[in-house]
Ligand binder design. Sequence first.
Ligand SMILES: [Fe+2]
Ligand SMILES: [Fe+2]
Length: 186
Amino acid sequence: MHQLTRRLKNSIPLHRYEHCVRVAEAGERLAAIWRAPRLETIQACLLHDCARDLPRNILLKWGVEFGIIISEIEHYFPVLLHGPVGAEFARRKYDITDEQVLDAIRWHTTGRAAMSLLEKITFLSDYTEDDRSFPGIERVRALLDKDLDEALLVALDQKINYMLAMGWPVHPATVEARNWLILNRD
Ligand SMILES: [Fe+2]
Ligand SMILES: [Fe+2]
């Protein structure tokens, strides 16, 4: 873990590294509450933004290089590729072999249908880490320890609302994540 944090710190801007550390702290807390594997959660949270600061043309280049299927919306907003490209960096640069960890990195921005516990925790830790403040965040924070799926649903609603307000397209995986949660609520 020490080696991983050192390599990460040397590879991304300091403010991003500090965000990743806060996400890992939030993730470690949630992993204890929801009984997710601690080490894997910390790995996913630490590395989730390892490709976040690449320029758009470089993200697209790595996307092609890694054989990632680049949809129209990702061509338009290459930043959406930092999850999938980050997962491949985690595999190739940071020696992560656990596919669950790689999936949590891959889907941390958009979410997807049938998210695993690790994916949910990584997504929500990124969304609610201590330094974040935006309207509605307290609603999500208040749900984190009580009902993880409800917290995720509220977070997805907020993300989608924001995209609608900005006039942006909504990634299909985000809509699928939300639909899945609603249709599979118990
Ligand atoms: Fe991200
Ligand atoms: Fe992040």
